[in-house]
Design a binder for this molecule. Structure first.
Ligand code: SF4
Length: 574
């Protein structure tokens, strides 16, 4: 019987996320490959955060046949409830582990560790013998070969990839139950679902910074395979999914995808995909999407309008289509073979706003665009910052909503055209980049948040994740959720309904709704709009209040009292 430990050090690739609350397909497919080989295999799954907080787990590492580490960030972001493993941690944790066959897979084995934007990736030195095998191909395929012992270890082709998507069909379904071992299971775990890999734009080289074209033309998973995987995840207890593992959800099974860089979308196939998900997993609490090519939306508005309608019919609200615009500078667009001009990007944003901005059940708009802007690309000059600023200003002037503006610096991934440019321009424009970020935060992002969730908006199911001072930070489940600072200390991992009242640059502040005025602590009272220390003391001295009228009459200033009425309740605390 095979015994294995999968250590999830987390991955973040252009088309796939596996940092909690997300679990990427990597551990699921790998577990599926092992269980397909040996249905009785003993597989233990740990996240790197579990190991960080409990080093005794490392003792069990020496007792298994094989240790598989998944790691690597190609597009590192900001994370709230999990932090990716670094090479230094792997040296420290795994150095003393001698017995199992130690395998590294994921982007770290292919391209190195991208620890932050604007920096080169770091590799694990093979001479340190921390790992016996570096899998640069598909881990589930290579591990299957290893288990079958088709060759001696030294003869195994570590770069072997799937022939096509059907190779992983049984692995995806058989490995689903590994999710039960994730510390976020069942309530707070989102499974990233793959619908295809490879980019249609690979036939013209793809975008200069992106590793996806290295996977070739799109290879689609069938709806049948995707539905079977989701059905198995769902029956294992999963509640949240994101169809995030592909370059563009609108291009799923698009017409002539292997022949055209901007293929015509196929709404019929998308309908079959989304409808089938609801059939096999009717009560999923979250169904979200991720990347969308703005060039596809602007070139085929009719087809994409139909697809937006399909997504909104079957998804859950608060969804985001992340548009990889990268730059509004025409010279940078040309030099880096980017996918869309700023005019066409605006068309895509308008199209998503047409239908997507209406408010959904959880208080957020149904489906908004997100924008990715990337700096340090070939051809970048000081003017690039002005082009990007003007572009964002146009969006603001038209009062279009964008859920998120992701501004980052390029990581020169080995094997992509960016490798030769390296971090030259990132270093040269470091000051301009910081200045640009600050300007966008104050002038664009804050006003945008005010439009997306106006004061008084009720947001439901905000899961408390972290306490910092007198704030409890939480988020709704799903794609790029808004960071909410809830006033006061609240029990973690519980869902709360909150009412929005203040805005930061990337987050909002909200009150847990309602505030039970006769029971709330001084801190919570003081933070109510227009209250402060003096009026909070007044409330504390004069409560309980049984009615709204009683409350208003006891107050020195009627306007202040009326201002907080929408936030409070006179009922008993429950
Ligand atoms: S369109 Fe560009 S960024 Fe998107 S997957 Fe293809 S090559 Fe990568």
């Amino acid at each position: 019987m095979v015994s294995a430990i999968i250590l999830d050090g987390y991955i973040d690739e252009p088309t796939c996320l596996g940092v909690p609350p997300y679990i990427s397909p990597y551990p699921r497919y790998i577990a599926g490959a092992i269980w397909t080989f040996d249905p009785n295999a003993l597989i233990t799954y740990y996240t790197i955060d579990q190991v960080r907080t409990n080093h005794t787990l490392l003792e069990s590492f020496n007792t298994v046949d094989v240790l598989i580490v998944i790691a690597g960030m190609a597009v590192p972001g900001r994370y709230l409830c999990g932090y990716p493993v670094s090479p230094g941690e792997l040296y420290r944790f795994l150095g003393p582990i001698k017995n199992p066959l130690k395998i590294l897979c994921g982007p770290a084995a292919r391209f190195g560790f991208g620890m932050s934007g604007g920096k080169k990736t770091q590799y694990i030195n093979p001479d340190t013998k921390i790992f016996d095998v570096f899998i640069t191909g598909d881990p589930e395929i290579v591990i299957t070969n290893l288990l079958n012992k088709e060759n001696h270890l030294q003869d195994i082709d570590v770069s072997k990839k799937r022939k096509n998507a059907s190779d992983i069909a049984s692995f995806a379904a058989n490995g689903a139950q590994i999710i039960k071992q994730h510390p976020f299971f069942p309530d707070h775990l989102i499974a990233e679902i793959e619908t295809y890999r490879g980019c249609p734009r690979s036939i013209i080289g793809g975008c200069s910074f992106c590793s996806e074209p290295l996977k070739g033309a799109p290879d689609y998973r069938s709806q049948k395979d995707i539905h079977l995987e989701i059905k198995t995840l769902y029956s294992s207890g999963l509640k949240h999914i994101r169809l995030g593992n592909q370059p563009c959800i609108f291009s799923y099974k698009a017409h002539d995808a292997a022949k055209k860089p901007v293929p015509r979308p196929n709404p019929t196939e998308l309908l079959r995909l989304f409808k089938g998900i609801r059939t096999v997993a009717p009560d999923l609490k979250t169904i979200h999407i991720d990347n969308a090519n703005p060039g596809v939306l602007s070139t085929y508005p009719e087809e994409c309008r139909k697809i937006i309608d399909i997504i909104i019919t079957y998804h859950t609200s608060g969804d985001v289509a992340a548009l990889g615009i990268e730059s509004a500078d025409p010279y940078v667009i040309e030099e880096n073979n980017l996918k869309v001009s700023s005019e066409h990007a605006l068309d895509a944003i308008r199209l998503l706003n047409e239908v997507g901005r209406k408010r959904g059940n959880n208080g957020m708009p149904e489906l908004l665009p997100g924008i990715n802007l990337l700096f340090g690309l070939k051809g970048e000059t000081k003017k690039t910052f002005q082009y990007n600023y003007d572009f964002l200003k146009r969006i603001q002037t038209e009062q279009l909503l964008i859920r998120r503006i992701n501004i980052r610096q390029v990581i020169p991934i080995p094997g992509t055209p960016m490798e030769s440019i390296s971090t030259k321009l990132v270093k040269k424009h470091h000051v301009d980049f910081q200045r640009f970020k600050r300007r966008i935060q104050t002038e664009i992002q804050r006003p945008l948040l005010q439009q997306i969730v106006p004061q008084g908006t009720l947001l439901t199911d905000v899961i408390a994740e972290k306490q910092v001072g007198n704030l409890t930070f939480g988020r709704q489940m799903g794609s790029y959720p808004l960071l909410v600072g809830i006033i006061g200390k609240h029990e973690l991992e519980k869902p709360y309904t909150v009412k929005v009242f203040e805005y930061g640059f990337r987050s909002i502040t909200a009150h847990r709704y309602p505030v039970y005025i006769n029971y709330a602590s001084r801190d919570i009272l003081e933070a109510l709009p227009g209250i402060g220390k003096k009026r909070a003391s007044h409330i504390l001295l004069n409560r309980p209040f049984n009615t709204k009228e009683e409350f208003i009459t006891s107050f020195d200033d009627v306007t202040s009292a009326e201002k907080i009425l929408p936030y409070i309740s006179f009922e008993r605390y429950h």
